[in-house]
Design a protein around this ligand. Structure first.
Ligand SMILES: NC(=O)c1ccc[n+]([C@@H]2O[C@H](COP(=O)([O-])OP(=O)(O)OC[C@H]3O[C@@H](n4cnc5c(N)ncnc54)[C@H](OP(=O)(O)O)[C@@H]3O)[C@@H](O)[C@H]2O)c1
Length: 234
């Protein structure tokens, strides 16, 4: 059973649903909050012992490091790290109409790609002390090069493709130490990011991801998949 989990971007959307799902399962949830006035504060009243909200900006190493120190003071080990925080800062503007000087590539990479890397680096000692040792990166089908259908959305898609490469590199590095990395597409969800026309709600995605997190993974199992454990081509 998963006893401790850290979830980034827990203010709303998928992160918020994941917090609720792990709390229902009895886990101690550390919820990384980007906003001071998150809806999550009312949940903390219902789960005073098992929900610990922690202020977190994944673009700031100091903020990530403080979060890791806070968790280390409260629990001896962290079973699962879910890198969920993400941004989509562009629309589907075609190349010839794009103002490349304003393409939000670096801002997007900073959150979607470097954010998870900062988190893994700073939380590694705590994860290492657990028997579960799972790092679950919320990726996207937008990061698949093989199945790519988009004609724009450069920054977001490139940030998720880079996150996939990062997941593979970390899997190579951490496998001998008993870790498992997953890069999971959560489905097209009705959230602020996914919009009202999307296929599924965030609770459905959270249920699937909760099941993935609890599974016993072999060291050489596929690591890029959707929330129903269907493999995705790199
Ligand atoms: N929605 C979809 O259809 C879909 C599809 C594929 C993949 N995904 C991925 O799924 C994940 C969750 O998406 P979502 O739809 O739930 O998005 P969302 O509703 O926009 O929520 C994103 C969360 O990330 C937080 N965040 C943004 N920048 C941050 C930072 N610098 N530090 C810490 N937290 C930060 C946001 O906080 P603020 O609101 O304060 O900025 C928010 O809590 C993302 O990684 C996304 O790329 C989503």
């Amino acid at each position: 059973m998963i006893k401790t989990v850290f979830i980034t971007g827990a203010d709303k959307g998928l992160g918020f649903s994941l917090v609720q799902r792990f709390l229902r399962a009895g886990a101690h949830v550390f919820a990384g909050l980007h906003q001071a006035n998150s809806d999550l504060s009312y949940l903390a009243k219902s789960f005073p012992k098992t929900l610990t909200p922690i202020s977190l900006d994944v673009t700031q190493l100091e903020s990530v490091s403080q979060a890791a120190n806070t968790v280390a003071k409260l629990v001896p080990a962290l079973d699962v790290l879910i890198n969920n925080a993400g941004v989509m800062l562009e629309n589907r503007t075609p190349l010839l109409e794009l103002d490349l000087a304003r393409l939000p590539l670096f801002e997007t990479l900073d959150v979607n790609t470097f954010g998870p890397l900062r988190m893994v680096q700073q939380f590694l000692p705590l994860l290492e002390k657990s028997d579960h040792k799972l790092i679950l990166n919320i990726s996207s089908e937008a990061g698949s090069i093989t199945d790519c259908w988009r004609e724009s959305e450069f920054a977001y898609s490139m940030s998720k493709a880079a996150l996939n490469m990062q997941s593979r590199i970390l899997q190579n590095y951490l496998k001998p130490r008993g870790f498992k990395l997953l890069a999971v597409h959560p489905g097209w969800m009705r959230t602020d990011m996914g919009g009202a026309d999307a296929d599924i709600n965030a609770d459905e995605a959270a249920e699937g991801i909760f099941n993935l997190a609890g599974k016993k993974w072999g060291p050489d199992d596929d690591i890029y998949m959707d929330y129903r454990a269907q493999p995705i081509s790199w």
